[in-house]
Design a binder for this molecule. Structure first.
Ligand code: SF4
Length: 316
């Protein structure tokens, strides 16, 4: 795992910012250090296939649990992102050229891990004309060929600077779940996600459903960044208006003192209230806990998501 104490190497745009004190984590956030045999096996497969994972790059607290079951979320198109979101620990800078052999290595790793469900994400590639859409599509197709029994969930960038065909390319490759995270409430975009546009991201999710009405869509936000509760309710309404099926809500954790400050730790009871509200607004699936991440328990949740749609159709 990368050293999280030296941000200037990874985050030149954050290096001169004032430090934000990192508050002590409450008991409900603490997790065990990764030590299991399964964790080491997953790590070895990732290394052998020269694959990058968001689990490591983002310093995810769930890595011990997820990797012990082989559940690694692969991050394609390199380890350097062209954006500089203030919450994110992925390195910012000028990325290398796309690796044409990467889709094959991802597919091989998925097969070796024997996954029922895989989550594949990427850095933002604003330097590539299609934002990496064709690379995503090739990766989906390669996994389908090598591991036909594995369901595929993608967590994509926003393709903000691309022609509309970029999104179509990815959707038409046929992932089972299309996830794109809103990350936060619209009022915090200028400080949390300055390179992105809230309504563009929302519209992206809506367009996925327009291109393929049967595709499951998913989005998530972090809380504890300074958002107010009514604004979270508004995000839920906006996502339902875009026909999004699955909402994830998790606690923001600050990777380094140079990152956006943690405003507060949202209590498990407040997460339970968010979950109840979201179900009331009509989401098929909601995961809202302090340690929820887009890809946390994604395989089990996908099975529940499919069952929830079938049940809803049965009632219709
Ligand atoms: S929650 Fe997602 S990012 Fe975190 S360790 Fe699990 S699979 Fe990786």
């Amino acid at each position: 795992m990368r050293d999280l104490k030296i941000p200037q190497d990874r985050h030149p745009e954050k290096a001169h910012r004032a430090d934000n004190a990192q508050p002590k984590k409450p008991a409900w956030i603490r997790v065990k250090a990764p030590t299991s045999k399964g964790y080491r096996e997953t790590r070895d497969i990732m290394r052998a296939h020269k694959l990058v994972t968001v689990c490591e790059e983002a310093g995810c607290p769930n890595v011990g649990e997820c990797w012990s079951q082989g559940h690694a979320t692969m991050m394609i198109m390199g380890e350097i992102c062209t954006r500089g979101c203030t919450f994110c620990n992925v390195a910012t800078g000028r990325p290398d050229a796309l690796d044409v052999f990467e889709p094959g290595r991802v597919a091989d790793a998925v097969k070796k891990l024997g996954l029922n469900h895989v989550v594949i994400t990427s850095v933002d590639r604003d330097d590539v004309e299609d934002g990496g859409a064709e690379h995503f599509a090739q990766t989906i197709r390669a996994v389908r060929r090598q591991a036909p029994g594995t369901t595929i969930e993608i967590l994509t960038p926003d393709f903000l600077k691309c022609a509309p065909e970029a999104l179509e390319t990815v959707v038409k490759a046929g992932p089972d779940v299309f996830n794109h995270n809103l990350e936060t409430v619209p009022g915090l975009y200028p400080t949390v996600r300055p390179g992105a546009r809230y309504f563009h991201s929302l519209r992206l999710l809506q367009r996925v459903k327009e291109i393929d009405p049967a595709m499951f869509t998913k989005s998530g936000i972090m809380v504890g960044l300074g958002e107010e509760r009514p604004a979270v309710g508004q995000v839920m309404d906006d996502l339902r208006a875009a026909d999004v099926d699955f909402l994830t809500i998790g606690q923001y954790l600050q990777p380094t003192p140079k990152h956006h400050r943690v405003d507060r730790f949202v209590t498990p009871e407040e997460f339970a209230a968010y979950e109840k509200t979201a179900y009331g607004k009509g989401f098929l699936m909601v995961s809202a806990t302090p340690l929820t991440r887009s890809s946390y328990h994604a395989g089990d949740d996908f099975a529940r998501l499919r069952a929830a749609r079938l049940e809803k159709l049965g009632r219709a």
